[in-house]
Design a protein around this ligand. Structure first.
Ligand code: NAD
Length: 358
C-alpha cells in the first residue's frame, strides 16, 4: 500500500497563509501526478493562535506537529503582537516547536539562480556560481541559555542578561550534520566562531576539530564570525558548508540570503528529531501581507526540502526545484525579484506558473 505522508500545515501570520497556500497547491499537484497521498492538517500558530486561543502554540497544535511526519510552516509575528510580553509573543511558538521537536540543525541553502544574478545588490562576477549551505545550530546558544531576562537594580536602572551556552554533545551532533552534508556537496566545511573572545566558542572550535577526525575526507577551516560576515560579501564563492552557533547562524544566513537577491527565495529545513520542520527563512512581511505581492518560492522550495529530507522523495524534490528554475528562466517574477522586461506576477500567479511546469 502506498505510504500516507502526514503533514502539519501551520501558515501563521502576515504573508504566511498566502505563501503556504501556494506551497500546499504545489504539494497537492506533486501528489496527484505521482500518486502519493499527502494528508494535510492545518492549525493556527503565532499571532493567529494568540488571537483565538491566547497562546502562540497550543498543546493541540504541538501534538499535531509531533504526530506528523513533517511540519510545513509559513511565518509568525507582526506589529499587532509586538507589545506582548516575550513569553507569549508569536516567535515563542517557533522556539517551542524547535525545542519540542528536537530540531537542533537548521539547513539554509543560498544558491544563485543564473537568471537572477542581476537581481542581487552585489556584482554579478562576485555572486555567479555561489552555492552555500549555512548550517545553524538551532536549540542552544544565546536564544536558550540561562540565566536570562531583565532585572531592576536598586538604583532604579535595569540589567539585561542572555547567556551563550553549549555543551560538548550539542556541538558534536551539529558538527556531524555539517560534515555529513558536506560529503554530499563539495566536501568543505567552514566552522564559524569567535574563539578569540568567547570561551563558549573556543569549546565549539575544539569539539569541531575532534569530530573532524572521523571525516578526514572533508576539508575543515575555521573563521571568526566578523571575518565571515565580511568574506560573505567579498568572496562568497570560497564557501561550501558553513556551520555555526545559533545567533551567528541567524545573522549570517540572512546575509547569505541577500546574495541571492531576495529573502523571498530561500527555503530552510530544521532537522534532528523524528519530525522535520520546513519553512522559508523570511518573516511574515506585514508590509505586503494581503496584497498578493509575496514571493512563494522560498516556501515552495521548502516543500522540495521536505520531500527530500523527510520523505526521501528525491525525484519529486528535483521536479519541484526544476519547475521553479524553469519558471524563472521563462521570465516570471514576483515584485521582490522583478526586473525590466520580465513577466510580473503575484503570489498566486507564481504558484500557478510553477504548478504549470510540474
Ligand atoms: P521579514 O522577513 O518579514 O521582512 C523583511 C523584508 O523582506 C520586508 O520588506 C518584506 O516585505 C520582505 N519580504 C519578506 N519575505 C518576502 C517574500 N516572501 N516576498 C517578498 N518580500 C518579502 O522580516 P521583518 O520585517 O524583520 O519581520 C516582520 C515580522 O516577521 C516580525 O514580527 C518578525 O518578528 C517576524 N519574523 C518571523 C520569522 C519566522 O516566522 N520565521 C522570521 C523573521 C521575522
Amino acid at each position: 500500500m502506498a505510504k500516507n505522508y502526514k503533514i502539519a500545515v501551520l501558515p501563521g501570520d502576515g504573508i504566511g497563509p498566502e505563501i503556504v497556500g501556494e506551497a500546499v497547491r504545489v504539494l497537492k499537484a506533486i501528489g496527484k501526478k505521482n500518486n502519493i497521498k499527502f494528508d494535510l492538517q492545518e492549525a493556527l500558530v503565532g499571532g493567529a493562535s494568540i488571537d483565538k486561543y491566547g497562546a502562540p502554540l497550543t498543546d493541540e497544535t504541538l501534538k499535531l506537529a509531533k504526530g506528523s511526519d513533517a511540519v510545513l510552516l509559513g511565518a509568525v509575528g507582526g506589529p499587532k503582537w509586538e507589545g506582548l510580553d516575550y513569553s507569549i509573543r508569536p516567535e515563542r511558538a517557533l522556539l517551542a516547536l524547535r525545542k519540542e521537536l528536537g530540531l537542533f540543525a537548521n539547513l539554509r541553502p543560498a544558491k544563485i539562480y543564473p537568471v537572477l544574478s542581476d537581481a542581487s545588490t552585489l556584482k554579478k562576477e562576485i555572486i555567479d556560481g555561489v552555492d552555500i549551505m549555512v548550517i545553524r545550530e538551532l536549540t542552544g546558544g544565546l536564544y536558550f541559555g540561562t540565566p536570562k531576562g531583565v532585572t531592576k537594580l536598586p538604583d532604579g536602572t535595569e540589567r539585561g542578561v542572555n547567556t551563550m551556552v553549549y555543551t560538548t554533545p550539542e556541538i558534536e551532533r551539529i558538527a556531524r550534520v555539517a560534515f555529513d552534508v558536506a560529503r554530499k556537496r563539495r566536501k568543505k566545511v567552514t566552522s564559524v566562531d569567535k574563539a578569540n573572545v568567547l570561551e563558549t566558542t573556543e569549546l565549539w572550535r575544539k569539539v569541531v576539530i575532534k569530530v573532524h577526525k572521523d571525516y578526514q575526507d572533508i576539508e575543515l577551516s575555521h573563521m571568526y564570525v566578523d571575518n565571515c560576515a565580511m568574506q560573505l560579501v567579498r568572496n562568497p564563492k570560497q564557501f561550501d558548508v558553513i556551520v555555526t552557533e545559533n545567533t551567528f547562524g541567524d545573522i549570517l544566513s540572512d546575509e547569505a540570503a541577500m546574495l541571492t537577491g531576495s529573502i523571498g527565495m530561500l527555503p530552510s529545513a530544521s532537522l534532528g528529531g523524528k519530525v522535520g520542520m520546513y519553512e522559508p527563512i523570511h518573516g511574515s512581511a506585514p508590509d505586503i501581507a494581503g496584497t498578493d505581492k509575496a514571493n512563494p518560492i522560498a516556501t515552495i522550495l521548502s516543500v522540495a526540502m521536505m520531500l527530500r529530507f523527510s520523505f526521501d522523495l528525491t525525484k519529486e524534490a528535483d521536479d519541484v526545484e526544476r519547475a521553479v528554475e524553469s519558471v524563472l528562466n521563462k521570465g516570471y517574477r514576483t515584485l521582490d525579484i522583478n526586473q525590466p522586461g520580465m513577466k510580473l506576477v503575484g503570489c498566486k500567479g507564481m504558484g500557478e506558473a510553477i504548478i504549470g511546469e510540474l
